[in-house]
Design a protein around this ligand. Structure first.
Ligand code: KIV
Ligand code: ZN
Length: 420
């Protein structure tokens, strides 16, 4: 029996728009272009380059990206007003495949408190702007902002109105990160099943991470029939950020057999993309971040290290090589066991005489209790000291444990002087 070919999920990257618009993440034109080139290597389907009406610098950055990038659709954001749409078109029309992205609210909270309009006025404005954008560009995406908190019937009406006006992509956003996965899945399912003409449009989703559910909500939307996902490298974006590209892409890859979906990007470029975004935004990735955090492929406890050294499958559900890392890391700490200790000594080419093994291990434990990680340099000293008849090192320095205890002693003295 032949296996079913997985369904393609299109990856829309908005690192340069939603990601860049968050506080502290500003990128200049050159940095945006460098990231866009890395996204091109990653093989994303759509790059949202920016919000051209917002500043001349962003307009120019979008224009450079549109001119240079090949292979991916290039889009940029407009509010539902002609000036914004003209700015987007001016910035992206030279792209190989340009797309205009229009956003206009759909929830009553936004319609009353932000726009001061009626539902009917919003529908009319949206449809007029979609058809105006279609007069300029073949591809128009419409995002009913705050769909996650909208009246589902009015959302369905909005979706069918915008498709009738010419939108070929409908992107359903959970703008405030409010939805539960099954709620969001139901919103998307209803939009696809109930809006007339929905078969003419590609359904996309855009989830925020205010309650940590952005990836789960995106997955629920895929299960409900959406086939495009908006996401950002390192999950950056407004407030708590957006669906993280690396998480959703690796989720599709690792669980492909179960989900029957595939992302179509070169996952080996993920780490490079993550590091570039961290470097250019000046914002490091939290160590425990899934897929790209420094600890994502690191093993520190003795039980896990022993398991991984026997077979990586024991504790790793994806290969570090698949995201562009050379290997996983065995971190030597006070919670490590003998297996990892000897493994690392072996990798350093250090062989201990049988009679020195126990002394070296005891010294390792002493050192490990004083610091976060025992380095290769520490291990060399530990091994050298264990081989000495008096247990001291030969290089004239005190043994490593004494040095560390000295540091602790200095720290204690300082603390005593400052705090009494
Ligand atoms: O969060 C949001 O609703 C957006 C739209 C522009 C898609 O960023
Ligand atoms: Zn957003």
């Amino acid at each position: 029996m032949s296996e079913k070919t997985p369904d393609r999920v299109f990856i829309f990257d908005t690192t340069l728009r939603d990601g860049e618009q968050s506080p502290g993440f500003h990128l200049d034109g050159n940095s945006k272009l460098r990231i866009a080139r890395q996204l091109e290597k990653l093989g994303v389907d759509v790059i949202e380059a920016g919000f051209p009406i917002s500043s001349p610098g962003d307009f120019e950055a979008c224009r450079r990206i549109a001119r240079e990038i090949r292979g991916a659709t290039v889009t940029a954001l407009a509010r539902a007003v002609r000036e914004d749409i003209d700015a987007v078109w001016g910035a992206i029309k030279e792209a190989e495949t340009p797309q205009i992205h229009i956003v206009l609210s759909v929830s009553d909270v936004h319609i009353d408190r932000k726009l001061g309009m009626t539902r009917a006025e919003v529908l009319k404005r949206g449809a007029e702007m979609v058809s105006y954008a279609r007069s300029l560009c073949d591809r128009v995406q419409y995002s009913p902002e705050d769909a996650g908190r909208a009246d589902p019937d009015y959302l369905v009406e909005t979706v069918e109105t915008m498709i009738a006006a010419g939108a070929n992509v409908i992107n359903i956003p959970d703008t405030t990160g409010y939805c539960l996965p099954w709620e969001f899945g139901e919103i998307v399912r209803r939009a696809i099943e109930e809006a007339r003409g929905s078969e003419k449009a590609l359904f996309s989703v855009h989830c925020h991470n205010d309650l940590g559910l952005a990836v789960a909500n995106t997955l629920a939307a895929l299960a409900a029939g959406a086939r495009r996902v908006e996401c950002t490298i390192n999950g950056i974006g407004e407030r708590a950020g957006n669906t993280s590209l690396e998480e959703i892409v690796m989720l599709l890859s690792v669980r492909q057999a179960k989900l029957g979906l595939e992302g179509g990007v070169d996952t080996k470029e993920i780490t490079r993309a993550s590091r570039l975004v961290a470097e250019l935004t000046g914002t490091p990735v939290q160590p425990n971040k899934a897929v790209v955090g420094a600890n994502a492929f690191a093993h520190a406890s003795g039980i896990h290290q022993d398991g991984v050294l026997k077979d990586r499958l024991n504790y790793e559900i994806m290969k570090p090589e698949d995201v562009g890392l050379s290997d996983s890391r065995i971190v030597l700490t006070a919670r490590s066991g003998r297996h990892a200790f000897h493994h690392r000594l072996g990798r350093l080419g250090i062989t201990l005489a049988d009679g020195n093994v126990e002394a070296a291990w005891q010294r390792f434990l002493q050192v490990a209790d004083t610091k976060k990680e025992v380095t290769d340099e520490d291990l060399r000293k530990i091994a050298a000291a264990a081989s000495e008849p008096n247990g001291h090192e030969t290089n004239g320095h005190p043994p490593v444990t004494d040095q560390l205890l000295d540091h602790n002693h200095v720290a204690d003295t300082l603390r005593h002087l400052i705090f009494g």
